[in-house]
Design a protein around this ligand. Structure first.
Ligand SMILES: Cc1cc2nc3c(=O)[nH]c(=O)nc-3n(C[C@H](O)[C@H](O)[C@H](O)COP(=O)(O)OP(=O)(O)OC[C@H]3O[C@@H](n4cnc5c(N)ncnc54)[C@H](O)[C@@H]3O)c2cc1C
Length: 498
C-alpha cells in the first residue's frame, strides 16, 4: 500500500557544472548518475516540524522522552516484541561477549540463509535490510516522525588487512557513491539535506593511514596547515600544479604514492555529494589512523565547503585528548577560513583500542571509566555548540548519541545560546534501532534528527551487529528505561485490544 504513494522516476541530471569539480569529473558524475534510478516520494515531503519557528526555550518537553505512545506509535506490535527480545538479549554477558564468534560459527554451521533466519530479529532491529526497497520503506517510515536516515556503510578494515588493494578501493568507492545516491534518493524531508557516512579506511590502506598519522603528528601547527593546503591542492584537479605534493609530510615514496592515489577517490565522492546535495560525515575510526582522517577531512573541507557545509569530520569523546584535537582542528579551520562541521560521538572501538594499547604497551587512549567518557563527551559537544554560536554560518555540529542525558544537556545549551534548531547547524543523530524514545519526540518537535542506518546482507552486517551489541553492553545493562518503555507500550496495546 505504501508503494502506491511512492512514484519511481528515472534520474534527470542537471547540465550545470558541479562547483569545485573539473569538467571531466562533472561528466563522470553525470555518466555514473545515469545508472542509478532515482525515486521520489510524493507524500511526506514537508518536514512536520518545520512549519513553525521554535522558541528560544526548549520546544521539546523532556517528559516526552518517557512517552511510550509517542516513541513507538510507528511500530507494529510484532516489532515491539522483537525490540524487547533484542534488548533483553543484549544484557546477557555470555551472548554479547561471544557475539562475533557465535555469528561466525553460525555462518559456518548453517550457511547464510539459516543464519539470516536465526539472527533476523537482531538484523532487522539494527539494519534497514538488504534492498533499495527495504531502505525506502525504512526511510519513509522514519520521515513520518520527522526523522531522516543517515546512510551507513558496512566496510570494516584495520591495519594488517592484506587484501586491501586498489581493486578493493575502487569497489569501495563505487559502494560509497551508491550510498551517497541512496541517501539523496531516500530523503523524504527535503529541503533538509540528506547525510551519508564515509569511511576513509575503505579508500586508503589502514597501514598507510597509520604511517601518515605518525608523520602528521610530528609536525608543528604551521606545517600541518601547509600539509592540509598541499593535500587539498593535490586532491583538486582544478588547481594548476606540475607534480602533486604533500608538503612537509615526511613519507616514504611508496606511502606518498598510495596517499596521492587515494585522493581522486575522495575527490570523486566529494563531487558526487556536491551534485546530489548530500552531506558527508567522515567517520571516526581507530586512534592510530585518526589524524590522517582529520587531515583528509580538512583538505576536503577546503575544496567542498566553500559554499555549503558539505563535509563534516567526527570526534570521539571516549578519547582522552579529543577536546584538544577538536580545538586544534577548529584553529586550522579558522586559519584557513574553512567552513567546519563536526559529528560528536562517544566512540565505537573501545575494546580494540584498550587491547591494542595493552598489547603494544602504550597508555590507554580511552577514558578510564564510562563516567569520564560521558563528562568528556558533554564538554566536546559544548565546545562545538559554542563554536557554532560564535560563527553560525561556518560551523555545524551533529550531537550523535543515544544517551538521553547528553541530549538533554545539548538541547538545553542550544536554547541557552539562542541557536535555532531548524537552521541545520545543530542536528542530532542516533543509531537505527535504538533510542526511539529520543529520536521520535525530537523529530516531532522539529529538531533535525538523523538515524544512522546500515543496509547490507547478513554477512556484511555481522561485524557491525557485533559492535553494536558490544559497545552498548554497559548501557543496555543500565538502560532499563528503553526496555521499560517498550514493555509499557506493549502492555497498553494488549489492554486496549482486550
Ligand atoms: C549518528 C551516529 C554516528 C556515529 N558515528 C561514529 C563514528 O564515526 N565513529 C565511532 O567510533 N562511533 C560512531 N558512532 C557510535 C558511537 O561512537 C557510540 O558507540 C554509540 O553511539 C553509543 O554511545 P552513546 O553516545 O550513544 O552513549 P552510551 O550508549 O551512553 O555510551 C556507550 C559508549 O560509552 C563509551 N563507554 C562505555 N563503557 C566505557 C568504559 N568503561 N570506559 C570508557 N568509555 C566507555 C563507549 O564509547 C560506548 O560506545 C556513531 C553513533 C551515532 C548515533
Amino acid at each position: 500500500m505504501l508503494f502506491r504513494n511512492i512514484i519511481l522516476h528515472s534520474r534527470t541530471t542537471s547540465p550545470r557544472p558541479v562547483p569545485g569539480c573539473s569538467k571531466y569529473m562533472t561528466g563522470m558524475i553525470r555518466r555514473y548518475s545515469q545508472h542509478i534510478p532515482a525515486r521520489k516520494c510524493e507524500a511526506n515531503t514537508a518536514h512536520p516540524g518545520t512549519q513553525k519557528s521554535l522558541p528560544i526555550t526548549p520546544a521539546i518537553n523532556f517528559k516526552n522522552f518517557s512517552n511510550h505512545h509517542l516513541a513507538f506509535q510507528h511500530k507494529t506490535t510484532k516489532e515491539l516484541l522483537r525490540s524487547l527480545f533484542v534488548l533483553y538479549s543484549c544484557s546477557i554477558d555470555t551472548l554479547v561477549n561471544n557475539s562475533f564468534k557465535l555469528l561466525r560459527m553460525g555462518e559456518w554451521l548453517m550457511g547464510p540463509r539459516l543464519l539470516r533466519l536465526l539472527i533476523s530479529p537482531f538484523y532487522y532491529q539494527f539494519c534497514a535490510g538488504n534492498s533499495d526497497q527495504e531502505m525506502m520503506v525504512t526511510a519513509h517510515n522514519l520521515s513520518k516522525s520527522g526523522v531522516s536516515i543517515l546512510v551507513c556503510p558496512l566496510v570494516e578494515s584495520d591495519v594488517g588487512d592484506q587484501q586491501l588493494r586498489s581493486e578493493l578501493f575502487n569497489t569501495n568507492l563505487k559502494e560509497t557513491l551508491d550510498l551517497v545516491h541512496m541517501a539523496a534518493q531516500n530523503n523524504y524531508l527535503k529541503p533538509i539535506p540528506a547525510m551519508c557516512h564515509v569511511k576513509i579506511s575503505a579508500l586508503l590502506s589502514p597501514d598507510v593511514m597509520m604511517r601518515v598519522h605518525d608523520a602528521y603528528e610530528l609536525l608543528s601547527f604551521k606545517d600541518r596547515i601547509s600539509v592540509v593546503m598541499a593535500v587539498a591542492d593535490a586532491m583538486d584537479p582544478n588547481t594548476s600544479k606540475s607534480t602533486p605534493s604533500i608538503g612537509p609530510l615526511a613519507l616514504s615514496p611508496e606511502d606518498t604514492k598510495d596517499l596521492l592515489d587515494c585522493l581522486p577517490r575522495i575527490y570523486e565522492i566529494g563531487c558526487v555529494a556536491t551534485e546530489s546535495k548530500v552531506i558527508l560525515l567522515i567517520d571516526g575510526e581507530y586512534t592510530y589512523v585518526k589524524t590522517t582522517i582529520n587531515l583528509l577531512s580538512l583538505a576536503m573541507m577546503r575544496i567542498f565547503n566553500s559554499e555549503k557545509l558539505l563535509v563534516w569530520n567526527t570526534y570521539q569523546g571516549y578519547l582522552k585528548n579529543t577536546l584538544n584535537v577538536l580545538q586544534h582542528d577548529l584553529d586550522i579551520a579558522t586559519e584557513l577560513k574553512l567552513k567546519f562541521g563536526a559529528k560528536i560521538v562517544r566512540g565505537a572501538y573501545l575494546e580494540m583500542e584498550r587491547s591494542r594499547a595493552q598489547r603494544l604497551g602504550y597508555p590507554d587512549p580511552v577514558n578510564d571509566t564510562y563516567q569520564l567518557t560521558c563528562a568528556n563527551y558533554d564538554n566536546v559537544v559544548e565546545l562545538m555548540l559554542r563554536a557554532v554560536h560564535n560563527n553560525q554560518e561556518d560551523r555545524a555540529v551533529m550531537v550523535a548519541t543515544n544517551n538521553e542525558a547528553s541530549i538533554r544537556k545539548a538541547v538545553s545549551l542550544l536554547h541557552e545560546l539562542g541557536l535555532d534548531p531548524q537552521k541545520g547547524n545543530v542536528v542530532f543523530g542516533q543509531v537505527y534501532g535504538m533510542a526511539e524514545n529520543i529520536s521520535v519526540p525530537l523529530g516531532k518537535a522539529g529538531y533535525r534528527v538523523y538515524k544512522s542506518t546500515p543496509s547490507g546482507s547478513v554477512l556484511e552486517v555481522l561485524p557491525y551487529l557485533s559492535r553494536r551489541l558490544n559497545e552498548n553492553r554497559t548501557v543496555f545493562k543500565g538502560a532499563r528505561r528503553e526496555r521499560q518503555l517498550l514493555s509499557r507500550e506493549l502492555i497498553s496495546r494488549l489492554r486496549s485490544t482486550s
